[in-house]
Design a protein around this ligand. Structure first.
Ligand SMILES: Cc1cc2nc3c(=O)[nH]c(=O)nc-3n(C[C@H](O)[C@H](O)[C@H](O)COP(=O)(O)O)c2cc1C
Length: 199
C-alpha cells in the first residue's frame, strides 16, 4: 500500500473534534496554503479562495451559523445538525471554501460551464485540504449548510470577517483533533463502482 492510499483510507468524517494537538495554527495554515496552491482548476483560472478561522473566530462563525440555521432546519435535521455545529466550536478551526465571482467572470466568463467548473474547483480543494488535515493527524467534516450566493449566511459571514462581496461560500470544513472513531461506513461493490475494460 502506498502512503497516498493509506492517507485516502484514513480520511473519514470526524464530528467529535477537539483542541488536543501540538500543531501551531501557523503550521496548519502553512500546510493549507501549500496544498491550496497545487489544486487544479480549469485553464488554471484559480478561482477558489479559502479562509481559515481559528479559536474565537471559529466559535463566532458557528454561533452565527447556529443562530441562522435554527430558523431554517426542522425536527430531526435540526437535532442532528445542531449537534454537528456545536461540535465544530470545540475544534481547532474551520476552513471556509469560497469561489470568487470577480475572478470567475474574468477568467471563465458568465456561463453554464463556469458554474459547473466553479463547483469542481471547490470540490478539488475540499478533498485536497481534507487529505492535508488527515496527513497532519487532524480530523474534520464537510458541511454545505449555505444555500447560495448572497443568500442565507453567505453575506453575513463575509461581513463578519471583512471578506469581499464577490466571494461565494460553497462549503465549510470544521477540523480539530480526532476525539472518537468514525462511524461505520457502507461501501458499494467495487466492480459496480469501477468498470475496467480489457483488464
Ligand atoms: C458534496 C458533499 C457534501 C457533503 N455535505 C455534508 C454535510 O452537509 N454535512 C455533513 O455532515 N457531511 C457532509 N458530507 C460528508 C459525507 O456525508 C461523508 O463524506 C460520507 O458520508 C462518507 O463518510 P466519510 O467522510 O467518513 O468517508 C458531504 C460530502 C460531500 C462529498
Amino acid at each position: 500500500m502506498t502512503q497516498f492510499t493509506d492517507l485516502v483510507k484514513e480520511r473519514r468524517t470526524a464530528y467529535a473534534i477537539g483542541n488536543n494537538t501540538e500543531l501551531s495554527n501557523k503550521e496548519i495554515a502553512d500546510r493549507i496554503r501549500e496544498v491550496a496552491q497545487e489544486v487544479p482548476t480549469a485553464f488554471n483560472s484559480q478561482t477558489t479562495r479559502l479562509v481559515v478561522l481559528f479559536g474565537e473566530d471559529n466559535v463566532k462563525l458557528w454561533d452565527h451559523i447556529l443562530d441562522i440555521q435554527k430558523d431554517v432546519l426542522e425536527g430531526d435535521m435540526w437535532e442532528m445538525m445542531s449537534g454537528v455545529m456545536q461540535g465544530a466550536k470545540a475544534g481547532v478551526g474551520t476552513v471556509l471554501f469560497f469561489e470568487d465571482h470577480d475572478v470567475l467572470d474574468a477568467t471563465l466568463g458568465k456561463n453554464e460551464r463556469a458554474d459547473v467548473y466553479k463547483q469542481h474547483h471547490s470540490a478539488n480543494a475540499q478533498y485536497g485540504i481534507w487529505l492535508a488535515l488527515t496527513d497532519l493527524g487532524l480530523g474534520g467534516s464537510l458541511q454545505h449548510m449555505n444555500i447560495g450566493f448572497e443568500q442565507g449566511f453567505d453575506k453575513s459571514v463575509k461581513e463578519m470577517f471583512g471578506l469581499p462581496s464577490s466571494y461565494e461560500m460553497i462549503a465549510q470544513m470544521p477540523f480539530g483533533s480526532i476525539e472518537a472513531s468514525a462511524n461505520p461506513k457502507e461501501y458499494i461493490d467495487s466492480s459496480e463502482q469501477v468498470r475496467v475494460v480489457g483488464e
